[in-house]
Ligand binder design. Structure first.
Ligand code: CS2
Length: 449
């Protein structure tokens, strides 16, 4: 084994600043930027979230890392160099400095669905002139500096799995900015474009064996490779007032109306993931591909897809092909995508993944059984793992003190207060949870060994 990853050619100048340096950012936005025709003009300065670790490891190899594309038939390896600066998120001074630079044109975000609503915690910090700790707080501080230096407009691009994520980002930024400085809020409204995107590339956390596999296959030591599926998708909608890389060269699609694409991804892919995460773990499975091989889990997914598809009109969505591709992607057993990772932050995820389908079904006079089952298996899973990470963990704990339908109603209220008042929905979810728990585990042919 010889060799370290080191940059031999000059790095591109920083024109993109990213918040949330994790595996998905590297396999997706960094990969797309590398494959843009004008990649040489677009470097990314990427900041970590809560911990500095990813930045420390990446900075030691000049920001370079290997993308391992793992399909059923084998691996392919590529060194990605678009991240030209990897920075500890706590280095707010550097973040603010880059946002104040006219050369910075785009800010991308992968801060998790839950983080968009947490900015208020930073209001007092901002007012006191301190260093914010939340992504929204840091973004507002950066935009204030940009306004002060008269560096011009820019685009903020949300890459989290939220419907209408551009607007969610806008609301998160503006609600904090309005409290902090009304003049800044007005400047943001006039100068910052919030782009909505639908992002897709299944990217589990990197493991120690991934690191050894890269060393063995490539002959250099990469402490931060990222393993991902060959599939990748990026749909974007919105303006880039200071320019952007030619991401379309790498397959990104720019549309006027993003909602149908967002719904397709959030419901069919992410919704199925959440069903598999809870139902699968309840039945003893560990990964997505194992859970999918269990007919009980697979049927729950297919039934949900049938329901959701009724609300995904339009030939261009190619639902039949999309579903077939998902079965193949989920079945890729060489990607060990852990259900435990997908199960986190359930209340935020299910609001996006189950509720819209449940509501749409009921509006059409049907029960929304398959969407209701997603909530039922979440609730059943919380009964066995009450301490599961969730932004509403206190309220989940409160609900767990109750039992029977009262508990179901309290949990449903965390997703949708109005639906929780509907006794019919509550009892449907409750019964589906009990029915699911009653299916013997041996019925699953793919049960984990
Ligand atoms: C998953 C997503 O963890 C989760 O909630 O559903 O991370 C999913 O793997 C990605 O959205 C795929 O693009």
């Amino acid at each position: 084994m010889s060799g370290l990853l080191r940059r031999t050619a000059p790095a591109a100048p920083v024109r993109i600043v990213h918040l949330g340096l994790g595996a998905f950012h590297r396999s997706h936005q960094a990969w797309y930027t590398q494959h843009a025709g004008d990649a040489g003009e677009w470097g990314i300065a990427s900041f970590t979230g809560r911990r500095p670790d990813a930045a420390t490891v990446l900075a030691a190899q000049d920001g370079l890392f290997t993308v391992v594309e793992r399909s059923d038939s084998g691996d392919s390896f590529e060194v990605v160099g678009s991240i030209v600066e990897a920075v500890d998120g706590a280095d707010v001074a550097r973040f603010v400095e880059l946002l104040a630079a006219p050369s910075t044109a785009v800010v991308t975000l992968t801060i998790t669905e839950a983080a968009y609503g947490l900015g208020a915690a930073d209001l007092s910090v901002l007012l006191a002139g301190g260093e914010p700790t939340t992504p929204m707080g840091r973004l507002v501080a950066g935009l204030a500096a940009r306004r002060a230096s008269d560096a011009g407009p820019l685009a903020v691009v949300s890459c989290d799995n939220l419907s209408d994520n551009g607007n969610v980002a806008r609301n998160g930024v503006l609600s904090l900015a309005r409290e902090f400085d009304a003049g800044l809020a007005a400047w943001i409204e006039a100068n910052v474009s919030f782009v909505s995107t639908s992002v897709d590339r299944i990217t589990p956390r990197t493991t120690a064996s991934d690191i050894s596999a890269v060393a063995a296959a490539c002959g250099y030591q990469d402490e931060a490779p990222v393993v991902t599926e060959p599939f990748h998708n990026w749909v974007l909608s919105g303006a880039f007032p200071a320019g952007r890389p030619r991401w379309e060269d790498a397959g990104a699609v720019f549309v006027d109306d993003i909602e149908p694409y967002e719904n397709r991804k959030l419901w069919l892919l992410n919704g199925a993931h959440s069903i598999l995460a809870y139902a699968g773990q309840l039945r003893g499975h560990t990964t997505v591909s194992e859970a999918l091989a269990d007919p009980v889990c697979r049927d729950a997914v297919e039934e949900f897809w049938d329901e959701a598809s009724k609300h995904l009109p339009g030939e261009e969505l190619r639902i039949t092909e999309y579903r077939a591709a998902l079965l193949e992607r989920f079945g890729n057993s060489r990607i060990a995508h852990h259900l435990a990772q997908i199960a986190l932050d359930g209340s935020t995820k299910l609001r996006m993944r189950a509720i819209p389908v449940l509501r749409a079904e009921r509006a059409d006079g049907r029960t929304g059984r398959a969407a209701a089952r997603m909530i039922a298996v979440w609730s059943a899973f919380l009964a066995v793992q009450p301490g599961l990470q969730d932004p509403l963990s206190d309220a989940v704990a409160q609900a767990s003190l109750l039992s029977g339908q009262a508990r179901t109603a309290a949990l449903l209220a965390l997703l949708d207060a109005e639906l929780a008042k509907d006794a019919g929905v509550v009892s449907l979810i409750h019964e589906l949870g009990e029915a699911f728990a009653a299916v013997p585990a041996e019925a699953g042919s793919g049960t984990a060994a």
